[in-house]
Design a protein around this ligand. Structure first.
Ligand code: DI6
Ligand code: FE
Length: 416
């Protein structure tokens, strides 16, 4: 019996569940395993299968058995693109846009990203932490267990460092995995106005290497756009990332087609994000590099964009598609990943299954973490959500509900 306990000795066993594994190994929509059970030990999934095949010895040696009553279980959701750590809001710009100004006009007049930079620079690390923690807690109520957070509102060494330290602290204090992305090439800071090349030199030669040496950078991103940085400038940053062994990603083809996608694919980018203006050459290039296409329906909606990303082409080319909030105070003041599923379906005509893949398996790939999270498989991390619904399509279908009932993060369960 002692040996059995060692063998089974499970911490958690969720029985009687509809398990949307989202695994490519399970040949069913959503990788669905109906009427199944899932067990965890430590921070790992150790068993998934039908009730009938549950080893009898497992029950007495399991600490916590939960009857899911036929409800849905999915992997913990992954928000793979956010700018969550920032100070202040941009309600005034929302009003300006509704009075006729465009996002680009506001940016060129010194508002936009730079106004959030000013507010973020003025904030102390603690202020920034408190403000960001409450946003993150809201996001987590939708079953989010992994979130990517970008810097890019500091734009100098000290303030970029402050943002990334806050992101790191969020991951230490809250039950969520935080992936930290350096986005120094997000906008030109006021003190470098008219000298974007000099700023890129500072980012490449000083800021990025320094933050990397502090262990604060998991990936490197840039904003390739007429109001952001040119292909050449982005490439300089990518070269340094490459030398440091850091993966890259790119804000590409959001407001125009700069061919950033092709550059990103040359550097085997984990993802290219936004993509409203992506063309067929761009799709072909990411098809070859295995780069994930991250769609951001919140920014599409808030900017009242009308040009759609080339969904059909992405789908036909088997490019993995992810969805994220892009949570930021300017173009996507959004704190619900489930709302993004709904918008991904209504605006971009994704199927509910594609939408859920976009915040699980494909979002994990966009962060280079597909071996660890994003699907429910034995050996993967025990990040699991129990929902008070039974049909996975309902996650995309209903707006404004809070269906998340329990979240397991790294093997530890909490009620939501
Ligand atoms: N694209 C975006 O959608 C965000 N950054 C970017 O490069 C917007 C950031 C902001 O407006 O503050
Ligand atoms: Fe963004």
């Amino acid at each position: 019996m002692k040996n059995d306990f060692k063998k089974y000795g499970w911490d958690n066993l969720w029985v009687n569940a509809q398990i949307a594994t989202m695994s490519s190994e399970v040949d069913a929509p959503y990788g669905l395993k109906p009427n199944c059970s899932i067990a965890t030990r430590g921070d790992r999934i150790v068993w998934i299968g039908e009730e009938d095949s549950l080893p009898r010895e497992a029950f007495p040696s399991t600490k916590n058995v939960i009857d899911c009553q036929g409800k849905l279980v999915t992997p913990g959701l992954i928000d793979c693109h956010t700018h969550l750590v920032h100070a202040g809001d941009r309600c005034n710009e929302f009003e300006m846009r509704l009075n006729g100004a465009s996002y680009e006009e506001i940016a060129l007049a010194g508002g936009g990203i730079v106004s959030t930079v000013n507010a973020t620079r003025k904030s102390s690390e603690d202020e920034l932490f408190n403000e960001s923690a409450s946003r993150l807690e809201r996001l987590m109520r939708d079953g989010v267990t992994t979130v990517e957070i970008k810097s890019g509102y500091g734009l100098n060494l000290d303030d970029e460092k402050k943002q990334l330290l806050v992101a790191q602290r969020l991951g230490e204090r809250l039950p969520v995995h935080v992936v930290k992305t350096f986005l120094g090439a997000h906008a030109i800071p006021p003190e470098y106005s008219g000298q974007s090349d000099a700023y890129i030199k500072e980012v490449s030669e000083n800021i990025l290497p320094a933050l990397h040496s502090l262990g604060l950078v998991d990936a490197v991103d840039a904003f390739c756009e007429t109001i952001g940085f040119s292909l050449n400038q982005v490439e300089q940053v990518f070269k340094v990332a490459n030398k440091l062994g850091l993966p890259v990603k790119l804000h590409a083809e959001q407001l125009s087609n700069m061919k950033g996608t092709q550059l990103a694919s040359q550097y085997n980018a984990l993802s290219v994000d936004h993509l409203e203006y992506l063309d067929s050459e761009g799709v072909n290039s990411i098809k070859k590099s295995g780069t994930v296409a991250v769609l951001l329906p919140g920014a599409f909606y808030c900017l009242r964009e009308t040009k759609l990303p080339p969904i059909k082409l992405l789908r036909e080319s088997d490019v993995p598609i992810a969805i994220a909030t892009d949570s930021n105070p300017g173009s996507s003041p959004v704190l619900s990943l489930l709302l993004m599923l709904n918008m991904g379906c209504t605006f971009f005509k994704l199927t509910p299954e594609e939408a859920l893949l976009g915040v699980t398996r494909n979002a994990a790939s966009a962060l280079g973490l597909a071996h660890e999270i994003g699907s429910l498989e034995v050996g993967k991390r025990a990040d699991i959500v129990l929902w008070n619904i039974s049909n996975p399509a309902q996650l995309s279908h209903t707006v404004g509900h809070l269906p998340c009932e329990q979240v397991m993060f790294r093997g530890v369960v909490r009620n939501v």
